[in-house]
Each structure stands twice: as C-alpha cells, then as structure tokens.
Write a protein that binds this ligand. Structure first.
Ligand SMILES: Nc1ncnc2c1ncn2[C@@H]1O[C@H](COP(=O)(O)OP(=O)(O)OP(=O)(O)O)[C@@H](O)[C@H]1O
Length: 387
C-alpha cells in the first residue's frame, strides 16, 4: 500500500487528481487536505509515502508547506502542483527539496510517471537509511583518546591484510567492536563474519561447533552438519573468549590455521577453507601458557598482530564523548528527547570506577536518563553511584 496525500484548495483539481491516481493502481491509497495546515496535521499523524502539494493556497502557501514537511519528515517526496502564474516558483521548489512539479491542468501520463518515480525513490531512501542506521549506529567507535586513536589507525592498516589479529582487553571494552571493523574494512565483507563465543559452548561440543560433524559421530549427531569455519569460508571467523577454549579444541584450531583445512568430527576427509581468524580474550594468555592452559604455538599463530583495548578507567577523556553518544542513542531507541548532562554530572561520571567498562557506562547512562529530569544532575549520579 502506498499512501498519497493531495494538498489542494481547489475542489475540482483535488477530485481529478484523486480519481486519476486512485484508479491507476489498487495499492494507491489517496487522502486529501484542503489547505497546508490540514495537510501538515495529517502528515504529522500518519506516514505518507508521497505528498502532492499545490503552490498557491490560502492560509499557508505550498513553499512553506514544503519547507515544513522537509523538517518534519524529510524522507517523504513532495511533488508540487503549479498553476499558470507560479511556474518559476515551482522550478525553485526543487532547490528546496521538492521531488518534482506538475502543472495544472495535470497531464495524465506525466502525473502518473511522477507519482511512480517519487514512490520508487521513497522506497530507496528508506532502505538506505535503514541500512546506514544498521551499519553505523550500532558499530560507531567513539573516543579521541590516544588509545582509541591508535586502535583506529591499527584497524585501517591491518584490516585490508589477511593477518590474524588477537584483541586483548577486559570485558566490555569494545573488543567485539574492533573485530567488527577489522572485517568491515577488509576485502572479505561480501562473505560473513561468523562469531563463536568459545566460553559459552561446552567443551565437548566446541569441536563440532567449529568444524562440523558427520552423522553418527556422536550421540545426537543425526545428520551431517557444517561448522563455523565452513560457514565463514571467504570471510572472517571471530573466536571470542579464546582463552576459555579446551586444549583439544586448541589443537584442532592450530591445525586449521597451519594448513588452512579442517575435517568434520567423525570424518577423515579434509575440507579446504579460506578464513581469516580474529580472536579475542580478556585473559592474560602468557600467564595461561605458563600454567599449561593455553598452547604457546597457537598463541603465536593467533597473535600476528596484537591490539590491546585498555580499560575505560585508563582513558577517562573519552567518557564525556561516550556519555553524549549513548544519551543520543538511547533517546533515539526510546523515542524520547535527548537529555543533557550537567558538567558536574559528567565530572562525576569521569571520576567513577568503571570496573564494567563501556558496557557498564552505557547501562548507567540509560538508568540516569530514566531517573533524571530534563537535566541529569550531580545528585542523580550520586544517587546511582551509592547503590
Ligand atoms: N568506543 C566505543 N564507542 C561506542 N560504543 C562502544 C565503544 N566500545 C564499546 N562500545 C559498546 O559497548 C558495548 C560492549 O562492547 P563489546 O561487546 O565490543 O566489548 P567486548 O570487549 O567484546 O566485551 P566482552 O569481552 O564482554 O565480550 C557494546 O554495546 C559496544 O557497542
């Protein structure tokens, strides 16, 4: 269904336009407004896919209506309807963001073509913004500290290569974010980045999860199944919490890295895979090696490039930027206005002991926004911090 609004003060023209458009396609649903004010009210209340708007109207002229629509809902294409005396104005409205204009009396073909084109464009714009939101909003990497700047530079340099990267740092510092960007800025983006949380999978299942299995290889294996390495073929595998992987799984991963081939559990057939490996851990792997929990040869294979993401307490200058970013992000998620944080509140947040790092900071900002009035004050933070 495409919802189309016609804003036109002349009843006869309104009727003709409605009839032509509504009869052209069953999926066009046409509504009318007699003047700009009524039109804007309707636009504010419902979602239209296209607006046709007369230029010369009492109360509010079409140019003003157009400007208001562009502020209110910039994604809606607006087609202007021009009479004899306002052709110049019609041409000028294109500069203000009108999609196109049609002249009175409307030429049937031109009118329908314009409607079709405008609706197609609307679909594209919406798709693009959705995509952009998906890509950028979730994965933006905020921070101007030396540490974050260094990490961003490393990502730029290392991402286009096939080098394996080991990302270290405490929980909630943004290791997954770094992995995401390494994949996103590589040549492998057409293929997937497959994430495996090695700590979340029971050790007896990790091999089958990573390498797949053949039917009958263990109880419950009732059909052949590909593993994550095969799923990531051509792309990237992100082995999160690799420090928690069992020694036997480590041996198999090592082989996959050395030979670029894997075999499914229960099969001796080799399968060639082309996968870039990115791993992350919050553990001190050197210590794990000395305690016999992690294979040194695997460490060297994985840590061709090391990226360390420091704790938030070590880059407090990023906190105001992160607070600002999260408060905008949360406001847009909840559909509320962005709240501002007083300087005192920011100073307190900057001094806080962030054992849970950025994940904890985001949670705190969210709670403060729910708690606080228009402005988040020093008191709000104290109230929260004392809990
Ligand atoms: N620099 C940053 N800018 C904006 N958001 C960030 C930044 N770093 C982390 N985040 C956000 O904080 C949250 C935690 O980050 P992420 O999951 O990448 O951390 P992690 O180190 O992988 O955590 P864990 O070790 O617990 O898996 C995510 O929502 C992430 O988007």
């Amino acid at each position: 269904m495409s919802k189309i609004l016609i804003i036109e003060d002349e009843a006869a023209i309104r009727r003709v336009l409605t009839k032509i458009i509504a009869e052209e396609n069953d999926s066009y649903e046409v509504e009318n407004a007699e003047d700009g004010l009524e039109g804007l009210e309707k636009i504010a209340k419902a979602d239209f896919d296209l607006v046709l708007c007369d230029i010369k109207m009492p109360k509010m002229d079409g140019v003003e209506v157009l400007e208001k629509i562009k502020k209110l809902k910039p994604e809606i294409p607006v087609v202007m309807i021009s009479g004899h005396g306002d052709l110049d104005t019609a041409v000028n409205t294109m500069r203000l963001g009108a999609f196109d204009y049609i002249s009175k009396p409307p030429d049937l073909n031109r009118l329908l073509n314009t409607v079709r084109n405008a609706l197609d464009r609307k679909e594209l714009v919406v798709e693009n913004t959705l995509l952009k939101k998906k890509v950028s909003k979730k994965y933006e990497m905020i921070g101007e500290s030396e540490a974050i700047t260094h990490i961003k530079n490393m990502i730029e340099k290392v991402a286009p290569t096939d080098a394996r990267v080991l990302i270290t740092g405490p929980n909630g510092t943004g290791k997954e974010l770094v992995a995401h960007w390494l994949h996103e800025k590589s040549d492998r983006t057409k293929a997937p980045m497959v994430e495996v949380n090695c700590a979340a999978i029971p050790s007896e299942l990790i091999e089958s999860e990573l390498f797949g299995h053949v039917k009958g290889s263990f109880t419950g294996a009732n059909k052949d199944r590909a593993g994550k390495f095969e799923a990531a073929n051509g792309g990237t595998i992100f082995l999160d919490e690799i420090g928690d992987m069992s020694l036997s799984a480590q041996a198999k991963v090592l082989r996959a890295l050395q030979e670029n081939k894997i075999s499914r559990v229960g099969s001796d057939k080799d399968i060639k895979v082309n996968v870039r490996v990115i791993a992350a851990t919050n553990k001190d792997l050197k210590k794990e090696i000395s305690e016999g929990n992690f294979r040194e040869d695997l460490y060297h294979r994985l840590a061709v490039i090391l990226i360390h993401v420091p704790a938030l307490n070590e880059r407090r200058e990023d906190i105001p930027h992160l607070v600002d970013f999260f408060s905008k992000q949360i406001a847009s998620e909840q559909g509320t206005a962005t709240k501002t944080f007083s300087n005192e509140a920011i100073a307190l947040l900057q001094a806080y002991d962030w054992t849970g790092n950025i994940r904890e900071l985001r949670n705190v900002v969210e709670r403060l926004i729910i708690l606080g009035e228009k402005q988040v004050s020093e008191n709000d933070v104290r109230l929260f911090a004392s809990k």
